[in-house]
Design a protein around this ligand. Structure first.
Ligand code: BGC
Length: 926
């Protein structure tokens, strides 16, 4: 009976579905159902789903309802608004109110005269919009004094309180100076780690909002919170300094309970709370954690616990940082990695091999004796003797210690520290070590995965996997350079080069906008952009010669240019022009800072070349000479500072001008376009020996000059030829650093050297992208030679095995092998132009774009090429078929216009160009 019912359904389904149009995947400020935002005009986005080809939205309607006591909702609607915008639409309905919960829905009309149903409801809830809304919560701390020079036992706070029956909704608003972990009635609140996240705490401190309705019960309840040092006062920077933001931990919390009868009550941090210490004896991001489980206070966060020996808290009046809602996805436990092997070190040490370099912690079971102390040491690689290679960690201890409370089995993991590791040495483990009792937990910002990359070449697939793992490990609340040594800082240059790849791998919009706010807030009044954001280096307290350097040299080109490059990338990848509006002034101040940094009159006159050369004197205004830069960092052959500086100065001026055009700032558009032209002209006079040939005759110089369009159009081919020669002479090995590597393959491909690009990409000998894989790499290395061909290590003082910068090649892999690039911001118009090469016979690449899934799959069978393409609704695409002169078929029949294909033409290379609408396509050559 049931079967017949299903069969009937499946028979009529195609007919019913004929005109199917629906809306889903609603987001606000790039987040799904955010709880606690403080943007009054959140950016609303949705995706259309249609089974008709060439579907475009022609109109939309948004309706919103405030949730109250009654179950019926009062919807307020925008009415039908004509247009095809479906992403990043600024909310403009009735004013959103502090702490209120809203539902919203969308319906759309399309160009086939269909109208969708209302989408499923999405939710958004406002945080506490005004400081006064936190009342009566007060900042509380502990009354005891501490040794501020080292990590101290964590304070545990608790509050017992009664609750009536019939709770409708309960929210916990909470933040801390330091890190916090909250619990209600013995259960952890939420699954976020390292809250409240890292910002320049005195300028803005994030809070989080949790739905704790299911954790409360009628009668007595208890609220608990544990604090630890974190970024706030733990060890930070390689100068081993502590207390960079303050030296006292404190808590602010407000629980709002709403009842079904319309009444409500508030339980807030105040003098009635109690505080004590327990098993967490020390916790530090770099160094690890010590848990003495004999000191546990069982059930301390439950109402029945007797806290008679707990002390009263102290009000912390000094804490007045501006509070802001968190705007990005939280850090969570996201992947579980099982160890693959138990190894033994040179002295018989037990070492777990996780098989994957990862960031997070080891969770394991242990059953021993009271007082038994288990110690874990973490490292990314083993040395040639099979021992942990810990030198590269510099002063970071990456050590976990657990002291067992009894003879029972316990599951152990840290609360407030993360480690970068593939290998874990386990000392003093009770009994035989069984791999089943151990698991690695990868912890990072919970960004939705967007990209998929798979080819017929296993090495390239591994490279892609290493890039993604590098992003996981270094996207932990802020984008960091590395996750293991005493650094883990938001280096601007690293994310500047990696942003486009990151944006393809994962939905990085909210995460990077949060970080841009960190960057912008730490820009100096003179426009300098710090090396790292949040700018921990600018806060070093102990002044010595090496630390003062960071006060004297606050900015570097290629690094500081993150302020122009990252917002522009977010606009291209996610269509988010709000980021450009928000950071426009910062971009402009940076360009003006660069302009002021170009040679001063006295530098110009000091240079004897200038005495008889007026042109040279004039050009000096555009050459960023004698200023600090990290240059083409870690390149085997470095490019000069003035060369690199000048290129980034031109590029930022150019991006600023283009941004000004978008924002209708006509004067700025003109001024900065002219500035970019002047810089380029001066660059050509200063750095070329003859048209197309550079004084600095090295790969990195040609790559940067070509990709940033520093040369005039006529001489580019010659420069590209020279680049190709240099690469080939080097046996198809790259010789580039942080800044030029991301553009090497683009420069070769763009000027007709696709084969060389593939040869470099598929190169396996040192130095190359694949060489580390031949040495067992499972993440991207900081140096091409982290492990040298003879097995020895690169510079111990700077040898991270998890640095994403060189992983920026991912953008080219998605964009050229997969052929997916945005032709219009946010992929409103998509370029599909895969360019097979090397030894690849197939590729399957996709991107969950802001409009929906873009898919490209190609296969060679002999010389015949087949291709499957998916284009999301409300976009158009231009496909360039990779084979010149190919006669194309669609679904096995000769290709014609119609059914999604709007135009067929041929380009100058005799390749078929198809203008297409949304839909699914299968093409093949004969
Ligand atoms: C970091 C880099 C960073 C660099 C500046 C290093 O210590 O790890 O990735 O960009 O300093 O050159």
């Amino acid at each position: 009976m049931k079967l017949r019912y299903l069969l009937i359904l499946s028979f009529v389904w195609p007919l019913l579905a004929f005109a199917d149009l629906s809306v889903n995947d609603l987001t606000a400020d790039h987040l799904r159902d955010p709880l606690g935002i403080d943007n009054l005009q959140p950016l609303l986005s949705w995706k259309l789903q249609s089974n008709m080809p060439s579907t475009m939205q022609t109109a939309y309607e948004i309706r919103v309802a405030k949730e109250g006591q009654s179950s019926s909702l009062e919807w307020l609607s925008t009415g039908r608004i004509a247009g095809d915008e479906s992403i990043n639409i600024g909310y403009s309905g009735p004013a959103l109110q502090s702490g209120r919960h809203y539902q919203w829905q969308v319906r759309v009309w399309d160009n086939h005269a269909n109208v969708s149903d209302w989408s499923p409801s999405a939710h958004l809830e406002m945080g506490l919009l005004a400081h006064a809304d936190w009342g009566p919560a007060q900042w509380i701390t502990y009354p005891w004094s501490e040794d501020k020079n080292q990590s101290q036992p964590s304070p545990f706070f608790r509050k017992k309180f009664p609750i009536k029956n019939n709770v409708l909704r309960a929210r916990l608003y909470i933040t801390a100076l330091g890190l916090y972990e909250a619990s209600v009635n013995g259960q952890r609140v939420g699954d976020a780690y390292f809250t409240p996240g890292w910002t320049s705490y005195d300028k803005r401190l994030q809070y989080q909002v949790y739905d704790v309705t299911p954790l409360l019960r009628a009668g007595n309840n208890a609220l608990g919170a544990i604090l630890a040092d974190g970024w706030y006062r733990g060890n930070l920077t390689w100068f081993n300094q502590r207390n960079l933001y303050g030296d006292q931990l404190a808590l602010l919390a407000k629980l709002v309970v709403e009842y079904r009868d319309g009444s409500s009550e508030i339980i807030a941090s105040d003098p009635s709370w109690q505080v004590s210490t327990a098993e967490i004896r020390s916790a530090d991001i770099y160094n690890g954690e010590l848990q003495d489980l004999r000191l546990r206070k069982m059930h301390w966060d439950e109402p029945g616990f007797s806290a008679s020996d707990w002390g009263p808290v102290k009000i912390f009046a000094d804490a007045t940082p501006p509070l802001v809602a968190s705007t990005a996805q939280p850090v969570r436990e996201l992947e579980i990695v099982k160890p693959i092997k138990l190894l033994h070190g040179p002295n018989g040490e037990s070492i777990l091999d996780m098989g994957q370099n990862m960031v997070g912690w080891l969770r394991f079971k242990a059953k021993g004796q009271t007082g038994q102390q288990i110690r874990l040491f973490h490292a990314e690689v083993l040395d040639q003797n099979g021992a942990l290679y810990r030198k590269a960690l510099r002063s970071a201890q990456q050590q976990m210690e657990y002291i067992l409370p009894d003879a029972q089995e316990h599951t152990l993991q840290p609360h407030f520290s993360f480690q970068g590791f593939r290998y874990v040495q386990v000392d003093n483990y009770p009994g035989a070590l069984n791999l089943d009792d151990f698991e690695g937990v990868a912890v990072h910002s919970d960004l939705p995965a967007l990209g998929h990359f798979e080819t017929s070449n296993a090495m390239l697939n591994k490279l892609h996997s290493n890039i993604v793992w590098g992003q996981r490990g270094n996207f932990l609340d802020v984008p960091t350079d590395c996750p293991q040594r005493d650094e883990r800082l938001g280096w601007t240059g690293d994310i500047q080069v990696f942003t486009n790849t990151a944006a393809f791998n994962m939905d990085s919009a909210a995460f990077l906008k949060k970080w841009l706010t960190d960057l912008a807030i730490d820009q100096t009044s003179g426009g300098a952009i710090p090396f790292v954001a949040p700018n921990a280096l600018g806060r070093l307290k102990i002044k010595s010669l090496p630390t003062s350097v960071y006060a004297l040299k606050p900015s570097a080109t290629g690094w500081g240019d993150a302020i122009t490059i990252v917002p522009w990338a977010l606009y291209q990848q996610y269509g988010d022009s709000a980021a450009l509006v928000e950071f426009y002034d910062n971009m402009k101040q940076w360009v003006e800072y660069e302009r002021a940094g170009a040679s001063s009159w006295w530098m110009t006159w000091l240079n004897y070349h200038n005495w008889f050369d007026t042109q040279r004197r004039r050009d000096d205004k555009y050459i960023w000479n004698g200023k600090f830069t990290f240059g083409d960092w870690l390149a085997p052959v470095p490019v000069s500072s003035a060369f690199v500086n000048t290129i980034y100065f031109a590029n930022s001026a150019q991006l600023l001008s283009e941004t000004a055009r978008l924002l209708h700032k006509a004067d700025d558009e003109k001024v900065y376009a002219q500035l970019a032209r002047d810089i380029r002209a001066a660059f050509q006079r200063r750095f070329t020996t003859s048209p197309g040939l550079l004084e600095e005759d090295i790969q990195g110089a040609y790559v940067l000059a070509l990709q940033y369009d520093m040369l005039d159009v006529q001489s580019r081919d010659k420069a590209a030829r020279r680049l190709n020669e240099l690469v080939q002479k080097n046996g198809n090995h790259l010789a580039t650093g942080f800044l030029s590597t991301p553009h090497l393959l683009d420069a070769l491909e763009r000027f007709g050297y696709l084969n060389t690009a593939y040869a470099v990409l598929q190169q396996e000998s040192f130095p190359s992208w694949l060489y580390p894989i031949t040495k067992g790499a499972t993440t991207i290395w900081e140096r091409w030679g982290g492990i040298q061909p003879d097995g020895s290590f690169g510079d111990d003082g700077m040898n991270s095995f998890n640095h994403y910068a060189y992983g920026a090649v991912g953008e080219w892999m998605y964009g050229t092998i997969g052929g997916i690039r945005p032709l219009q911001p946010g992929y409103k118009k998509i370029s599909i132009a895969p360019r097979p090469g090397g030894d690849l016979t197939s590729a399957k690449v996709s991107l969950q774009s802001p409009y929906g899934l873009i898919g490209v799959e190609w296969h060679y069978t002999g010389s015949a090429l087949s291709m499957i393409i998916e284009i999301p609704s409300n976009t158009t695409a231009e496909l360039v078929f990779p084979i010149a002169g190919a006669s194309l078929q669609r679904d096995g029949k000769p290709l014609t216009v119609g059914d999604g294909i709007e135009r067929i033409s041929t380009n100058s290379e005799n390749k078929a160009v198809l203008d297409m609408g949304s839909g699914n396509y299968a093409f093949s050559t004969n």
